[in-house]
Structures are given as C-alpha cells and as structure tokens.
Design a protein around this ligand. Sequence first.
Ligand SMILES: C[S@@+](CC[C@H](N)C(=O)[O-])C[C@H]1O[C@@H](n2cnc3c(N)ncnc32)[C@H](O)[C@@H]1O
Length: 292
Amino acid sequence: MPRKGPFPPDIRGRLDFRIGGKNMIHDAFGENYIHGFGPAEERRLREQAAVLAPVVFKDLPLPARGRLLELGCGVGAELDLLAQLCPGLDLTGIDLSPSHLGAAQRHLGDRVALVRGDAGRLPFGDGTFDRVLTVWLLEHVRHPEAVLREALRVLKPAGRLICTEVDNASFRFSPELPAIRRWWDLFCRQQQAAGGDPYIGRRLPGLAGELGCGDIHWRDLPVVSSRLNPHRRAELLAYTEDLLASGAPRLLATGGADPALLAAVRADFAQAREDKAIEFEYHAVQLSCGRH
Ligand SMILES: C[S@@+](CC[C@H](N)C(=O)[O-])C[C@H]1O[C@@H](n2cnc3c(N)ncnc32)[C@H](O)[C@@H]1O
C-alpha cells in the first residue's frame, strides 16, 4: 500500500487495482487508447519521460514541499522523475488504467500514492493539492475542460495547475518523408475518432481563460533535431519512431493503415538515421495557471 496520500478512508480502498473479473472502466477505455497497454508501452513511457525530461521539467515552477497530483500518471514515469527532482514533495498519481497503475506500483513502491480513477471525476476534496500536473494526458480525453475544472477544484487557493500537452500540428520532417507524414495523419485522425484532440496544446490558454483561471502563462516546448548534437538527434529520432510505432496495432486494425505503409514508415526512419541533413521538429505547449 502507498505510504502516504491525502485520502479519506473510502478512497484508500480504491488503491487495490488488481480487481478480479471484468473491469468495465479499463475495457471501455482500453479499446480506444492509441498507444495500447502492456510491457512495450510501459517501456516506451519510461523512455519518453527520460528523453523529454530536459524539455518538460526545464524551469518548472515546483515548490520544495507540499502536495502534488499527477492526472493520468500512467506507469509513474513522470512521478519517478519528480520524486528525484523534488524529494520533499508528497506525490499522488491517478490513472484509469489498472495495468499502468500496476506497473507504477511495482516501480515506485511506496514512494508515491496511487489511485485508480477518472481525471474528470477526482476522488479528492476541494483545495487539497499545491500543484496539479498533466503530462501527455489531455489529448486522450473526450472532455478536457471537465478535467481542467476538476484539477482547479482540487487545487489549493494559491496552487498552480501545470499542463504539458501535445500540439501534433507542429510535427514535421524537412524535407517531408511521405510515409511518415501519411502515418502521422492517420495517427491524429485515429485519436480524434476515439474522442481525443491531438491539437489540444494550442487550445490550452483559451480553455484556461474560459474556466476563469488567473495568472495564465504558456510556453512553447520545442523538440527539435540539431545537426550540432548528433547524439541528441539520434535519441529524439528513436523516440519519435517509437511513438509512431506505438499506434501500429490500432492503425492497422481500424485506422486505415496497412503493413506496406508501416514498412515504408520504417524505411523513412532508416533514411532519416542515415541522412543527417534531414531535420525534424515537434512542439508541445506548457500551460501554468492559478485558480482565479
Ligand atoms: C500517454 S500516457 C501519459 C502517462 C504519463 N503522464 C507520462 O507522461 O508518462 C496517458 C495516460 O493517461 C491515462 N488516461 C487517459 N484518460 C484518462 C482519464 N480520463 N483519467 C485518468 N487517466 C487517463 C492513460 O491510461 C495513460 O496512462
């Protein structure tokens, strides 16, 4: 059982996510989740967190002490980094997926409190947390405004909400690699068909304004290849290939892709590895705001 956490006794019961029998929340959600579940996705999420940490955590306004909640914490990859960055923080994660939470629990042990639940209906009282974070969550949810509203509700009056989210419209290779472009378009369309928004990043400042947030800041987080840093270029390229490949089962099953396209995508990545003049970029958006 997790060591700590601001939960009433009834909520603690939910920490046991190894529930027997059919799990309706997970089944309904899992079918649509583009990255899938299981060991491959667990590994991908940890590698993603490590590769993107210099971008995501750069100058993040985190206090040395207090309570932090991550919505959609997945396998706990970001919480793991946060525990190292800010050992004085009391960390809690919530996620819909029992298998992701199981991986988080195995990896983090009692360093973090873990709860299974919907980020749009948080089982925490008003004004509980000093920081609420989302990292690569809102692109997957049908009603991001409901998640943000809940995040603001559980924030303390002086707390801050920090969302790091994708803007998939910014993804490009230069010169364009046709199979990768086609795959990416199908990838984004599949997310939209599942009720998500792959372009959520650019909507965040507007959503925060509509919800009455105060002290709204946002910044562009560039993930850009550099000819001056071949090691970082190779790392980002491998990460990008992994990201696109994570959608393969769903894109091949229902998303309009076929094995020939997947093979062409692999060939495009091989070409990009070989030809260092090929550049690529991708931008995320990081929103930071207060309750009022
Ligand atoms: C791409 S992963 C990101 C995980 C983690 N934030 C990270 O950066 O490693 C998205 C996570 O959001 C979770 N998720 C999606 N919709 C959710 C919801 N409505 N409530 C809670 N978790 C959700 C998924 O189960 C998945 O673990």
